[in-house]
Design a protein around this ligand. Structure first.
Ligand code: FAD
Length: 345
């Protein structure tokens, strides 16, 4: 049935442009910000408006440099808010700063990464602004008729995709998980303009204080999201000792090890290695899925991979519906054979 047309609240008619929140902690930008600039560029072009990065952080050269990097990844301009209250991420000053920027410069669309920081910030900003937020989107398009942002995300445990629109309020907000969108190429010749915004937030008005900054001790935790090759194993391996075959193949290929959820739940590998809806989203050049059925909750985390090779003894396993190459056979025999073949090279 035709959708009932909903008019935009007249208070928001002047809201324009597409914004991407550039997430940086201690001067290190989360790559999801660049992925979102790539996506934001398409939305801005579809609307015929500018694409802006929002850079917030402590005073200093590094915070300003981040604007330059945002231009390389497609931003036309950057809103820059530098203040001591923004040194380390805290929800309250960041929410106040971002809502102040929104109220002042009025973006039509605002995208944030669905990282730990982005999820925390997006929720409180959307609540403060009383606007709509669609979390964990897998697709963002501008609807031709209404020019609204149509944000698609999995629902009902990943078995359905739903498309949600914020019709009466602005900005239209969405978060996207790292690696869901492709990384754009950086053009180091590109530049843009910086709009500096002076905040009026006083430290004594913020109820949380940073007492100490303790870097993540687990520096060597798996970097699945940005791996070029991943060898993933599933319940087809049956016993924990058989899962060693996945590690062996990964080692000769210089790959990361991934797993389906039952393997993580059984405690064979740590949670950081789970691929899928409730785990990591990955986009490697090569994804080898062995003994994995290809349930939708696994698929949504890996079907952006360039090449998927499935190894499964059931020729009707759903994974063969979307794998680029399939081997029907016993993973317990095929993996050691592949490991030997690559080792011999
Ligand atoms: P199975 O479905 O049991 O498949 C095992 C496969 O191995 C079969 O296809 C079988 O034919 C094959 N096999 C058996 N023996 C061999 C052999 N010797 N050689 C080769 N192949 C063999 N799952 C995830 O992976 N990630 C998630 O993030 C995730 N999130 C979820 C969130 C929700 C809300 C829900 C409800 C579920 C979630 N799941 C997730 C679980 C998901 O639905 C599946 O149950 C899970 O992915 C199945 O894992 P599997 O493929 O290893 O096991």
């Amino acid at each position: 049935p035709a959708r009932k047309k909903v008019e935009l609240d007249p208070r928001f008619v002047n809201y324009k442009h597409v914004w991407v929140f550039i997430e940086a902690e201690r001067g290190v930008v989360h790559p999801v910000s660049w992925e979102l600039l790539g996506e934001g560029r398409k939305l801005a072009d579809a609307l015929g408006v500018e694409l802006a990065g929002v850079v917030m952080g402590p005073p200093g050269e590094r915070t300003r440099q981040i604007c330059g990097e945002a231009f390389h990844y497609g931003a036309d301009l950057c809103y820059l808010a530098q203040d001591e209250v923004l040194r380390d991420y805290r929800n309250e000053p960041y929410t106040r700063a971002l809502t102040e920027l929104v109220d002042t410069y009025q973006p039509e669309i605002m995208l944030l990464g669905a990282s730990t920081l982005g999820r925390d910030l997006a929720g409180s900003v959307a609540t403060t602004l009383a606007t709509g937020l669609v979390a964990d989107c897998t697709e963002l398009v501008i609807e031709a008729d209404s020019r609204n942002l149509a944000s698609t995300r999995p629902t009902f445990g990943g078995s359905l995709l739903c498309t949600i629109m914020t019709q009466r309020h602005r900005p239209q907000m969405a978060t996207v998980r790292p690696r869901v969108m492709a990384m754009p190429d950086a053009d180091t010749a590109r530049s843009g303009r910086i709009v500096e915004h002076k905040l009026a937030i006083i430290e004594s008005s913020i109820i949380t204080k940073v007492l100490e900054f303790i870097p993540d001790a687990q520096q060597d935790k798996p970097q699945l999201a940005f791996a070029d090759i991943i060898v993933s194993g599933g319940r087809g391996f049956k016993k924990q000792e058989n899962f060693q075959l996945v590690w062996d193949l990964a080692k000769v290929l210089g790959a990361e090890v991934g797993a389906s959820r039952p393997i993580v739940q059984a405690g064979w590998v740590e949670l950081d290695r789970q691929v899928g809806q409730s785990g990591k989203t990955v986009r490697p050049k090569l994804y080898i899925a062995a003994g994995i059925s290809g349930a939708i909750q696994h698929r949504v985390g890996m079907d952006g991979s360039d090449v998927i090779i499935a190894i499964n003894n059931d020729p009707n396993a759903p994974i063969f519906d979307f794998a680029h190459y399939g081997i029907v056979g016993n993973a317990m025999q095929i993996l050691p054979a592949l490991t030997e073949a690559f080792r011999a090279q």
